[in-house]
Design a protein around this ligand. Structure first.
Ligand code: TXA
Ligand code: MG
Length: 319
């Protein structure tokens, strides 16, 4: 299959492909998604196949208008309305009770469904043109970092999907915050909408799933139990320049990449990249392309307080 590279002027073409049961990658403000209509089970099966995604990891339904919610869920709690008012469209996914009409393949058999309204003109126009919500997992091979450019999508899926719409780099760069509202609100995946943002709006303390609970059998978010992407390079975290130097000194001849926003002494200043949500996944991909032996992430106060970014860094350290 030849994968077409489309632009924002080709929305109708992309929508026709999806309506005909094909899968098309498109940009959102978080990462690129791989879209199919929520009511086309065969196309959704294609998504699982081309990504190599485990069948029991459910998908997020993407809407362009909150009026589409009634297609997907009923018994919407008051807290969901408050959060949608504050954060939709945006990088927040709400897990809500699933309407029986939503195919089970989307929710991997769970009685809930994850819903988000992306804040990106191409994503919105595409959902509108198809006329139905779209499921869209991140458009990477399972086990690779989420794509933040169209060329990352092609790196993983060229020849296996019908098209990708190029919308340039994603402005946020890590996946949406996933908040489960089917129980006392709990953040299943931290992201750009923070615990504090949600607590301010709901005026109540919110739980955040602990890293340690990922391995238990009873995982609230099935995606959590899978091994996430870690670069081929070993990932180390340092909180001081001395620690960074000691890590460097254990492998003095091996190529390494440093991710940091701090100023470094000139002898260390090789292969340094800024540390940010926008660039983390691109840097991981580049480190693998360059066959780096290790990546050292030198943290700063701001990063340490960023749950979304720290969560992706912790996952990258897991082997
Ligand atoms: O930013 C994003 O959310 C991107 C863009 C494309 O919208 N999408 C994305 O999808 O990251 P994906 O499939 O890579 O991650 C979805 C996460 C998984 O961890 C999955 O387990 C969880 O959401 N999830 C989906 N449905 C769920 C449900 N009903 N209950 C709990 N977790 C759910
Ligand atoms: Mg993903």
């Amino acid at each position: 299959m030849k994968t077409q590279l489309l632009t924002h002027t080709d929305i109708q073409k992309a929508a026709s492909l999806i309506k005909n049961g094909n899968v098309v990658a498109f940009p959102t403000e978080t990462v690129y998604g791989l879209g199919a209509s929520i009511f086309n089970e065969e196309a959704i099966r294609k998504i699982y196949t081309v990504k190599g995604r485990p069948q029991d990891n459910p998908l997020i339904a993407h809407i362009s208008l909150t009026s589409q919610l009634s297609l997907l869920t009923s018994d919407i709690p008051q807290s969901a309305y408050i959060l949608m008012e504050a954060f939709f469209p945006g990088p927040l996914t709400l897990v809500l009770p699933k309407h029986p009409r939503v195919p089970d393949i989307i929710s991997a058999g769970l009685s809930s469904v994850a819903i988000r309204q992306p804040n990106h003109p191409i994503a919105t126009a595409l959902i509108q043109a198809v006329g139905e919500p779209l499921v869209a997992p991140s458009a990477n091979l399972s086990g690779k970092p989420s794509p933040t450019t169209a060329s990352h999508v092609l790196e993983d899926l060229d020849g296996n999907i019908s098209a990708v719409i190029d919308g340039g780099p994603c402005s946020i760069g890590i996946e949406s915050t996933v908040l489960d509202l089917t129980q006392h609100p709990i953040i299943l995946r931290p992201g750009a909408i923070t615990k504090e943002h949600i607590e301010t709006v709901l005026k109540t303390p919110i739980a955040i799933i602990s890293h340690a609970s990922h391995d238990t059998d009873k995982v609230a978010s099935p995606g959590m139990k899978y091994k996430h992407y870690s670069p081929n390079a070993n990932v180390f975290v340092a909180t001081s320049i001395e620690k960074l130097q000691s890590i460097q000194n254990t492998n003095p001849t091996q190529p390494s990449m440093i991710l940091t926003n701090r100023d470094l002494p000139s002898e260390l200043a090789q292969s340094v990249r800024p540390l940010s949500e926008q660039t983390l996944y691109a840097n991981f991909r580049e480190a693998d392309t360059l066959r780096m032996h290790h990546i050292i992430i030198l943290l700063d106060e701001k990063t340490l307080k960023n749950d979304g970014l720290m969560n992706r860094i912790e996952k990258a350290r897991e082997k």
